[in-house]
Design a protein around this ligand. Structure first.
Ligand code: PLP
Length: 428
């Protein structure tokens, strides 16, 4: 069971010191609630675990997990950098005040104008393919510092869609061609200073991560040996998982960090790689458990099955429908009540796949109750859409019991934003 479920004297769920039921009344539902201190604690726990073993350590928060500006500001204050996967994410990171030097752009199937944008923004570019290298070299100033994403033939993740290393993955350059591609970059007048891999997402088992670290270090060693390139940074990507089900164990981050840094340091000395900065790009680990999605039950229905119908759907939180992901769900009005039966928790989108849970053991669920869907901080709002023409929900940030709106609820007008009806079709 999640040990940190906090309840107040009314028996209501507490998030960041605030009463979840009261937040739902005040700001309406569906509502994303972000716990500021949880983000800071996650960041600090991870940073401490690694930096005490290897002080030249830098986090690049993978902001596709959650690009809310307040979240970005919190992480900028903590000293994080940003892993951006699109020009839009670069733009948001700059708006959040990140130094361009601290933004690493890891694009995939990137257009020339996107490379140009990244160059002009002055961010670090992590190259994904030979094609991208050749096109970047055409437009880059002499001596531009770059890095490469390598596919270390190791992959792992919570779902097939989220495994980004190995033979079936579209990402990165092949390990066998790495030395040749690094020399090509030198010949083209660029200055390679980094090497990068990101093998997947939602990893709770240290073993595949260890294999990837070992493999990337061997590749770095070969590149250094064959080209003389001195690496200023070695980046192992993100992918650190969090428990979603009550019986999953969290990563033992101290043990994980000491094993990885141990292997890293051994390989540095084996290959004479000096003392590069070690980087990680966690997304989920930092923000995943920091948010809850609050949604109100409006319909309890007994048809062929028993359903609790809520006012959110896969347009609000896609992970269950997209990946079959488990999200633990509490009745915010009485989160500690034990299960009294099984129920399906269904959204309001017109599709049968719009389910947050099937056959979920829950305490009594009544119309009007607020459900709190846990672990909705990563790949949650950032994957929300307006499907079914529903305005996207509001987000509030809570700290010490105070709540502030950090994204207003969209309105019907937002559904029409950007649309233009040709004059000939206007209703006369
Ligand atoms: C998505 C992504 C990450 C973060 O993955 P998490 O599983 O959220 O830690 C890191 N680096 C790159 C390049 C990514 O695409």
């Amino acid at each position: 069971m999640f040990s940190d479920i906090e309840v107040n004297d009314k028996g209501h769920l507490v998030i960041g010191g605030a009463d979840a039921v009261e937040l739902a009344e005040e700001y309406g539902t569906p509502l994303y609630v972000i716990d500021e201190m949880r983000i800071r604690e996650n960041y600090r726990r991870l940073h401490r675990a690694f930096s005490r073993n290897y002080s030249d350590f830098q986090v690049f928060y993978a902001c596709k997990a959650n690009t809310n500006l307040a979240v970005m500001r919190i992480l900028e204050e903590e000293g994080s950098g940003i892993d951006a996967v699109s020009p839009g994410e670069i733009y948001i990171a700059l708006m959040a005040g990140f130094d361009p030097e601290r933004i690493l752009y890891t694009g995939n199937n990137v257009r020339d104008d996107e490379l140009q944008f990244a160059l002009e923004a002055g961010v670090r570019i992590n190259i994904d393919s030979r094609s991208q290298l050749l096109r970047l070299a055409e437009m880059a100033p002499e001596g531009l510092e770059v890095s490469f994403r390598v596919n270390p033939l190791v992959g792992a993740g919570h779902h097939e869609h989220c495994i980004t290393g190995g033979e079936m993955s579209k990402f990165g350059i092949m390990e066998s061609e790495a030395p040749e591609v690094y020399s090509l970059a030198l010949d083209l007048g660029l200055k390679p200073v980094g090497i990068h891999a990101h093998i997947g997402s939602g990893i709770l088992d240290p073993e595949p991560f260890m294999l990837a670290v070992e493999s990337l270090m061997d590749i770095a060693g070969r590149v250094h040996g064959e080209t003389g390139i001195e690496f200023e940074f070695i980046d192992f990507g993100g992918g650190l998982g969090i428990p979603y089900t009550p019986d999953e164990e969290p990563l033992d981050i101290d043990e994980f960090a000491s094993r990885i840094t141990g292997l890293f340091k051994d390989k540095l000395s084996d290959y004479g790689l000096g003392r590069p900065v070690m980087c990680l790009e966690p997304g989920r680990y930092i923000v995943g458990d920091a948010s809850y999605l609050l949604t109100r039950v409006n319909t309890v229905k007994e048809s062929y099955r028993k359903f609790a119908g809520v006012d959110a759907g896969f347009n609000t939180l896609l992970r269950p429908a997209m990946y079959g992901s488990y999200h633990h769900i509490l009745v915010a009005d009485r989160p500690l009540a034990g299960p009294s039966g099984k129920i399906d928790i269904a959204g309001n989108v017109c599709e049968s796949g719009d389910l947050f849970a099937r056959d979920r053991p829950m305490s009594e669920v009544n119309e009007g109750d607020i459900l709190a869907i846990m672990n909705a901080g990563a790949y949650s709002f950032s994957m929300a859409s307006q499907y079914n023409s529903r305005p996207r929900p509001a987000e509030v940030l809570v700290r010490d019991g105070d709540a502030e709106v950090v994204r207003r609820r969209e309105t019907f007008a937002d559904l029409l934003a950007g649309q233009v009806v040709p004059a000939r079709l206007l209703k006369r």
